[in-house]
Design a protein around this ligand. Structure first.
Ligand code: ZN
Length: 446
């Protein structure tokens, strides 16, 4: 079926819901007409009251292949994405092995993704102290940004960079107008001694807010000094909001994201001995997270991304319960929409605000908004259809990630993805995978 019509009373067009019929032909949206329009010769999919919106774009995903496919791989991650209504994801330069810090490693990653992409997939390159001369090659090969850490990443082959390292690559980022994505924690020793490695409070104390705010200050300085695009990934510390707000008033080259787990969980309700919740920066107290919500409702966040970063259960130390030995990373790619929608309902987040944060806005950040991120004629037919009235419990059986270990397990949520279309192909039908291998590799400016 290369040509068909999709009708709904609630199509999300130009950031508002409208009754419309979308005409899809040869992978793209050919036309959109207001109201109900059938055709004798074209198949017609009547979705009535279901929400029809642009496919979700998740600009922060760790897939780990090649090299650590026992953690997660392209096949399972992009199946989970499709079932979760994510039609495009951008993959981080770690935790694959080799890490994506030079063009050969990028080529190995592209090669290993072959015949395993069920949604569209693009890539970031990485900055480490020893690869300054590889950055331009990565950019020319089509990465969407360069990611760096200001604190140890947890992967030995991906050491953190310093301000001097970043200053050395800033001119090339400026020349190519490519964003620098920064993990903003700046480690120091002003932290309490760990007395109980199985206590969540001990883990939280070990990564204090000032690590984030010190790193954010460095990031803002760098942005201003070199006039480059800087993106702050996964903001968790609410004390970072004010300096970010000030700079957002001065420049359009600063962007900031947060992730569903910082908006859905609170430190107070995380039990001890449960490193399934471990991520860095950590999930903080509810009073902190309320401020992240205020910032979100105030249009502060540029977009939201999952930071899907899975690991095998043994790496998560689920048996020992040791937060300090456990891998830091939360698995949740498949559940971004229901998690944000369910919590958002309690917080007064309108869908008109939520949907752009996971569709149009990440697409603008990536510079792919002429192709993806909105429902408009000429754009790729990446479409997610979901039921905002349907409630379900996240069960192991429903999880398509390689590992079922996720803190979202057993949560009851609203908002079920029913259909997903990737490049005009019906990939998920009635919440089940239908057609595989429809994803394309996305390269910047191609
Ligand atoms: Zn990440």
């Amino acid at each position: 079926m290369t040509e068909f019509l999709i009708y709904s009373k609630r199509c999300f067009l130009l950031d508002a819901f409208q009754e419309a019929t979308i005409h899809i032909k040869n992978q793209k949206i050919l036309d959109i007409k207001k109201g109900y329009h059938t055709s004798a010769s074209i198949p017609f999919l009547d979705y009535q009251n279901l929400i029809v919106m642009p496919g979700i774009i998740d600009a922060h995903v760790h897939i780990n292949e090649p090299g650590r496919e026992s953690w997660e791989g392209f096949d399972t991650a992009t199946k989970a994405a499709a079932v979760g209504g994510v039609t495009t994801l951008i993959e981080m330069p770690l935790n694959a092995s080799p890490v994506t810090t030079n063009i050969n490693a990028l080529h190995q990653k592209l090669e290993s993704s072959k015949n395993k992409l069920h949604v569209n997939c693009g890539f970031y390159g990485g900055t480490i102290p020893t690869n300054k001369n590889d950055i331009e090659g990565l950019i020319n090969a089509g990465v969407f940004g360069i990611k760096g850490f200001l604190t140890p990443s947890g992967i030995d082959e991906f050491p953190n960079v310093t301000k001097l390292d970043l200053e050395a690559i800033a001119p090339v980022l400026k020349t190519h107008d490519i964003p620098l994505l920064l993990h903003c924690e700046l480690t120091d020793t002003k932290v309490p001694e760990v007395t109980n490695a199985k206590s969540y409070q001990s883990y939280l104390n070990s990564r204090p807010q000032h690590w984030e705010t010190n790193a954010i200050a460095l990031a803002l300085d760098l942005q201003k000094k070199f006039d480059i695009k800087v993106h702050i990934v996964h903001l968790s510390a609410s004390k970072g909001i004010e300096p970010i707000k000030e700079r957002l008033n001065e420049t359009n080259k600063l962007t900031v994201e947060t992730c569903p787990h910082y908006l859905f969980f609170n430190a107070e309700t995380i039990p001890d001995e449960s490193p399934i919740y471990k991520c860095a920066p950590p999930i903080r107290e509810s009073a902190n997270n309320d401020k992240l919500w205020d910032f979100l409702l105030d249009n502060g966040f540029s977009f939201l991304g999952s930071d899907h970063s899975p690991a095998p259960p043994e790496r998560k130390q689920l048996e020992s319960g040791d937060f300090f030995k456990a891998w830091g990373g939360i698995s949740g790619l498949q559940f971004t929409l229901p998690i944000l929608f369910s919590e958002g309902q309690k917080r007064g987040l309108q869908l008109e605000k939520l949907i752009p944060l996971i569709t149009r806005k990440p697409s603008e950040f990536l510079g792919i908004n002429q192709k993806k991120g909105t429902l408009a004629p000429g754009l790729d037919a990446d479409i997610t259809v979901w039921d905002d009235t349907q409630q379900f419990t996240i069960s192991e059986a429903s999880i398509e990630h390689k590992h079922k270990a996720t803190p979202y397990l057993n949560h009851r949520v609203f908002g079920k993805v029913i259909h997903t279309f990737v490049n005009g192909v019906h990939v998920v039908e009635n919440s089940k995978l239908k057609t595989l291998n429809q994803g394309k590799i996305l390269l910047k400016d191609t």
